[in-house]
Design a binder for this molecule. Structure first.
Ligand SMILES: [Zn+2]
Length: 436
């Protein structure tokens, strides 16, 4: 076992294709929001690259995806008095409606959470922007945990604010860093009728601090927002899938993957280009080592994680329909940073089993194994028997880039990216050898 894992690491660190692949995906294709031309180019690219690996089978799985288009870039300013305005960086949240073509100008009410909306009531909120300014808590060592404690402002903020007559929402960006990048992300209006939907935008953390301090001085200041994003009917797209057939238990399927779509502001290098190329690398390494897996190893490049999860849902639906037996699914969707370990979502017995493999990972400093979330795209595969897992890279810098214009190839460290692929390949190798 140790020898094979050492060989996997050699492959990943010396002969890696991950960086070259990610360069292409980031710089030749770029941001690839579901329904966009770039997303289709990424599908085509993924298919061709998997074919070049000489796998047993490569195919596209059709799936309908939402199409939301940002339009021309957004504009916002704080107006302390007529003729005196300061621009602030904003971006529309994914799924948001546009402002009127001439823009939207209104006073602002700043809140930390939904309870405050209730306390203030319609009287204080009607006709104004609601400005959600609760920062990600800095005292949580796991930044994903900090993110999950604040993200409801973004995902549900408009739906909540509209109940009190707000005309729009401005949401503090989900990052711990003080900078000028607004971070987009998915939001939902729930069942709200079309004519009641209000525009939602993110503001950079520096912009949020500025707005908050200016509001303290002048609660009657006005905010101006202009955005012309639009929702279109669903369009066809694809998951990209490739597999090496198992030699002994071909019906037992092990899946590794990430999501091929990304937000549109950057080029999605960390989210989730890194996970895509690392997952492809697992199969490349096995092919290059002439490793014949006992079980079927499948790579899935899921479409539409960011604003719909349609690809993950469709993959699981088809798997169920075909009565395929998935024993293990691994996702990399937490950035291309130095890997620390994995989180596992399965039975206690399964966790005991994977924990017994920790000594293999210790020399590579990647033996942090915990029970917890696997990944969004593989979530729909969950049943009583499958084990889901997620690569857990160091999370401290992830939200510096997450869903923002600076999530670009230059933010990727080649070696850290490769180490992630090596850790994933090692884990897949052990699962293939031992099963569950
Ligand atoms: Zn992601």
């Amino acid at each position: 076992m140790e020898k094979q894992i050492a060989a996997i690491y050699d492959q990943a660190l010396v002969e890696s294709k991950t960086y070259e692949w990610l360069d292409h995906l980031s710089n030749k294709i770029g941001g690839r929001l579901s329904g966009s031309l770039n997303a289709e180019r990424a599908v085509e690219w993924g298919k061709e690259e998997l074919k070049a690996l000489d796998l047993d089978r490569v195919w596209l799985q059709p799936v309908m995806v939402p199409k939301w288009v940002r339009g021309t870039f957004e504009y916002a300013s704080i107006e302390s008095r007529p003729g005196n305005s300061i621009n602030v960086p904003v971006c529309a949240l994914g799924g948001s409606v546009a402002t009127p073509a001439i823009g939207l100008r209104a006073q602002v009410v700043e809140v930390q959470n939904f309870e405050e909306l209730k306390t203030l009531g319609r009287k204080e909120i009607e006709g104004k922007f609601v400005f959600y300014n609760r920062p990600m808590p800095a005292d949580d060592i796991n930044t994903f945990e900090a993110y999950s404690q604040t993200v409801n402002q973004r995902s549900q903020g408009a739906l909540q604010a509209v109940q009190y007559g707000a005309v729009g929402v401005i949401v503090r960006s989900m990052t711990l860093r003080a900078d000028d990048f607004p971070h987009t992300g998915g939001m939902s209006y729930g069942d709200l009728p079309r004519n009641q939907r209000i525009p939602a935008a993110a503001i950079s953390t520096n912009g949020a601090e500025l707005l908050s301090s200016m509001l303290a001085l002048n609660p009657k200041l006005t905010f101006f927002l202009k955005q012309d994003c639009k929702n279109y009917p669903d369009v066809p797209s694809h998951n990209v899938i490739g597999e090496i057939k198992g030699s002994k238990y071909p019906n037992e399927i092990i899946v590794v993957g990430g999501h091929l779509d990304s937000w549109d502001l950057g080029d999605g290098a960390h989210d989730d280009g890194a996970g895509i190329v690392q997952s492809m690398e697992v199969l490349r390494i096995f092919k290059n080592l002439n490793y014949q897996p006992k079980r079927t190893i499948r790579v899935v490049l899921y479409m539409n994680e960011e604003n719909g999860l349609r690809g993950g849902k469709e993959y699981a639906r088809v798997a169920k329909e075909k009565k395929e037996q998935h024993i293990f699914a691994l996702e990399s969707d937490a950035g291309g940073f130095t890997p620390r370990g994995f989180s596992f979502d399965g039975s206690d017995d399964a966790f005991k089993k994977v924990s017994s493999w920790k000594p293999y990972f210790k020399p590579y400093l990647v033996d942090y194994f915990v029970q917890g979330f696997g990944g969004a795209d593989i979530g729909p595969l969950k049943d009583e028997t499958i084990v889901l897992a997620g690569l857990r890279p160091d999370s401290q810098r992830y939200f510096d880039y997450h869903h923002a214009a600076n999530d670009t190839f230059d933010a990727i460290n080649k070696r850290e990216l490769e180490l992630g692929a090596a850790a994933m390949s090692s884990l897949i190798y052990l699962v293939d050898q031992h099963g569950f």
